[in-house]
Design a protein around this ligand. Structure first.
Ligand SMILES: CC(C)(COP(=O)(O)OP(=O)(O)OC[C@H]1O[C@@H](n2cnc3c(N)ncnc32)[C@H](O)[C@@H]1OP(=O)(O)O)[C@@H](O)C(=O)NCCC(=O)NCCS
Length: 133
């Protein structure tokens, strides 16, 4: 499996998959194309044999110089629990550290128990805000 930076064309592959990957929740409108254009340096794709199996969209906060933010992370349902989400997070952590940031924030929904379990394991729970997102 390879990790690479996001490209704007990835939007057209990923956007139609999001609602399915999120278990039928209507989430794709929360990830417009601008994220694939303006956050390429801090957003990553996991690829296996040329197929996208995971992605992370994040950015460095414009407002808080110590902070970075993960907006979306998703792994293909058939490839979960194989460490892909963790690899994407580690890639993001490395880049934010290089940019002098030491706080990573994210928001997830209280209904998303898998996301809460994952973020707890990733050690970012203190900075995980639960909202109806
Ligand atoms: C959340 C998600 C990205 C996790 O990706 P993943 O590749 O399956 O996660 P990993 O295999 O890297 O797991 C990392 C850790 O989280 C734990 N974890 C992952 N899924 C879990 C689950 N369903 N229940 C409990 N723990 C879980 C793993 O056991 C692992 O712990 P470890 O480090 O002690 O081994 C994936 O389930 C997903 O895409 N869910 C749908 C989209 C979503 O809700 N995204 C998050 C909100 S933006």
């Amino acid at each position: 499996m390879e990790i690479r930076s996001v490209k704007w064309l990835d939007y057209y592959v990923i956007s139609p998959l999001i609602n399915e990957w999120w278990g039928g929740r209507q989430m794709s409108d929360k990830l417009p194309k601008l994220f694939f254009d303006h956050f390429k340096n801090t957003s990553f794709i996991a690829e296996k044999d040329g197929k996208i199996v995971g992605f992370l969209i994040g950015f460095l906060s414009q407002t808080y110089p110590e902070e970075a933010y993960i907006h979306f992370v998703g792994v293909h349902p058939d490839y979960r629990k194989h460490g892909i989400g963790k690899r994407l997070y580690n890639e993001f952590f490395n880049i934010v550290k290089k940019n002098g940031r030491n706080i990573v924030r994210c928001v997830t929904s209280p209904v998303n128990k898998v996301s809460i379990a994952f973020h707890t394991k990733m050690g970012v729970f203190d900075n995980l805000k639960l909202s109806h997102f």
